[in-house]
Design a protein around this ligand. Structure first.
Ligand code: SF4
Length: 398
């Protein structure tokens, strides 16, 4: 359905990753990622290449690198080009810009007689809430959307949800470090956004990521790479790094197009670590570390690879978000929180994604994932969701 296929072209960024592999992982080569992109003739429109004419026309990828901020070339296989498009053809109605704020059993408390779903416009406060009646409900709002709603509902309309809602949230053990070249004219923005992957050891992968030319504002979301056991030590190291080489910082801040000069190193591990999401005093979702297996903000292997890349590119490594100051790990792939189990004491959903304690209620998004896959999880999420859908009888057989 996502028509994932291998990235066919390597550009400057991938060649830098190859150089890194030669130094850091002799014998291991970066492999092209399988990505949900149409690699037809560049920029040319083609009638639906995937679904025997039932899908929309597509255009070949131009390798502009802007996949993460939205493909403007009709080449990325986003859900509105496949699942949602085909569902609409079959009569599904899509209500855009609506946020579900309540789900209540209608009639029977276990939901066997259906649910009342309350929606509010997500882009304006001026329009009223609306209500829908549904025979069944599937939560698929992404981890942050689904868990926020499930945690609220457990306090109110759905008290029989497993006590594990919000627990076993995983970060894919990730680290996001950018490296910006300070000399040379390589164009890191050319290529698909996630283009090559390198297995750095038995449980770790390093992926090359990029943004399209012109996405320089991302520079503001990176701070100097500094590790250390507390925030004061890291601040001190940032300051000493600045005074050791102020010219490098001067060049970094003068970089004209950050996206053209920078690549992002996404390091991911299968090693296990979890955090917990709960509702705070004012009903806002918050994270907490429970237990010893917590994700770390500073993964030594990731930092070592970034330092090597710094030397290869004659560049400057920076770390994503507030990680260097607050010591909070960042992730592009938050997972878990409504995990599978054999009963409500071990999971929120069963092996067919059905929510324990309620009828005709499923969770089908990243919150169902019960381990760190150590790679991008989108194919895993769609595969498990398709399996869950295959367990629902066709209307004709009910
Ligand atoms: S690189 Fe990404 S954004 Fe650019 S055309 Fe290809 S799929 Fe679209």
């Amino acid at each position: 359905m996502l028509s994932a296929s291998p990235n066919p072209k390597f550009f400057d960024g991938e060649h830098a990753l190859k150089s890194l592999a030669q130094e850091a992982t002799p014998g291991a080569e970066p492999a092209p990622t399988h990505v949900a992109v149409y690699f037809g003739p560049e920029g040319e429109e083609t009638p639906d290449p995937y679904f025997e004419g039932q899908g929309p026309a597509r255009s070949g990828c131009t390798f502009c690198g802007a996949c993460m901020t939205g493909c403007r070339h009709n080449a990325k296989n986003t859900l509105d080009k496949n699942y949602l498009y085909l569902a609409q053809q079959l009569g599904a109605e899509i209500l855009a810009e609506q946020e579900v704020v309540a789900v209540e059993p209608a009639g029977s408390p276990d939901g066997s007689q259906g649910y009342e779903v309350t929606l509010r416009p997500s882009t304006t406060w001026l329009k009223p809430k609306t209500k829908l009646q549904a025979k069944g409900v599937i939560f698929a709002g992404g981890v942050l959307g689904t868990l926020n709603l499930l945690l609220q509902l457990k306090r109110g309309a759905l008290p029989n949800l497993s006590p594990l809602v919000g627990q076993q949230v995983r970060t894919n053990n990730e680290s996001l470090i950018s490296v910006t070249q300070l000399e040379g004219d390589a164009d890191m923005s050319q290529g698909v956004a996630i283009s090559a992957i390198l297995e750095t050891d038995a449980h770790s992968h390093l992926e090359l990521c990029r943004y399209g030319a012109g996405s320089g504002a991302w520079k503001l979301s990176f701070l100097p790479l500094a590790e250390g056991s507390n925030g004061w030590i890291r601040l001190w190291r940032m300051a000493t790094d600045f005074f050791r080489d102020p010219v490098a910082y001067w060049k970094y801040f003068r970089v004209k197009d950050w996206a053209k000069s920078s690549l992002v190193m996404l390091f991911m591990q299968t090693l296990d670590s979890t955090v917990t999401f709960t509702l705070g005093r004012f009903g806002r979702m918050q994270s907490a570390v429970v237990g010893k297996d917590k994700p770390t903000a500073f993964i030594p292997e990731a930092i070592s690879l970034a330092r090597r890349m710094e030397r290869i590119l004659k560049g400057k490594a920076m770390m994503f978000g507030l990680t260097p100051i607050a010591g909070i790990p960042g992730t592009a792939h938050i997972l878990g929180g409504a995990v599978m189990g054999k009963d409500p004491q071990t999971g929120v959903i069963d092996k067919d994604n059905r929510v324990f304690g309620y009828e005709n209620m499923l969770v089908c998004d990243g919150s169902m994932i019960s381990a760190n896959p150590g790679v991008n999880p989108s194919l895993t999420i769609t595969a498990i969701s398709e399996r869950a859908m295959s367990r629902i009888p066709d209307k004709a057989n009910r």
